[in-house]
Design a binder for this molecule. Sequence first.
Ligand code: MG
Length: 263
Amino acid sequence: MRIARFSLDGNVAFGVVEGDDATDAGPVLDIIKGHPFAEFERSGQKLPMDKVRLLPPVLPNKVVAVGRNYAEHARELGHEVPEARDAPIVFFKPSTSVCGPGDPIGYPSFSSEVHYEAELAVVIGRMCKDVPRERVKDVVLGYTCGNDVTARDVQRAESQWARAKGFDTSCPLGPWVETELDASDLGLMCTVNGEQRQLGRTSEMIRSVEDLVVHISEAMTLLPGDVILTGTPAGVGPLHDGDEVAVTIEGIGTLTNKVVKRD
Ligand code: MG
């Protein structure tokens, strides 16, 4: 099931996505009564997708992100490739960095080298702590596309990545949460202005979704709507004013955003 969050005439709601662009009528949203983190009913009231504005599919309390989780990407940045037994690099992106499908990515004034990073985003469905490996599937609501937009020059210059990876709009998420998906071997791709820049598979991750949920929840309580960004494959590179960046993940869909530089 695909669950989207949207606004129409100032009202915000969740809806189940039915159909796709391949069908004559185009996709529609069946409005959900309540919210997707508990048992919910579909209202049967359906809206054409092109009549609404899609929002970030969740509003996370926190986005926990993981660095260097694909060997080729660690190599391209000149780092040693971490081993599965090494502790992963874990960092936060603030809730204010989140934006939705179609939202502009604001090029920050303090950087001149902003990169895209296509990533599988795990959406947590229930409050949890110290999650055992066999229970990970019970706490994951589903998956969406993420872009860990990074001011690479600032990341190099500053020992903590809070500004480099935490500026406003540096965490596009969407277009919806896919709740029925085996995320262990999905293709993911990033294009800029239609040109392919990144191509990888989630099976190349050094640490799996299960590893990451176990590791992160050992330290902190995860809340419904929290997001874990699982790292990016090789091929990262710069974005420029006016670029259209798209993250596509097999079985989920495509998250598209345009870069806007304000002088
Ligand atoms: Mg990243």
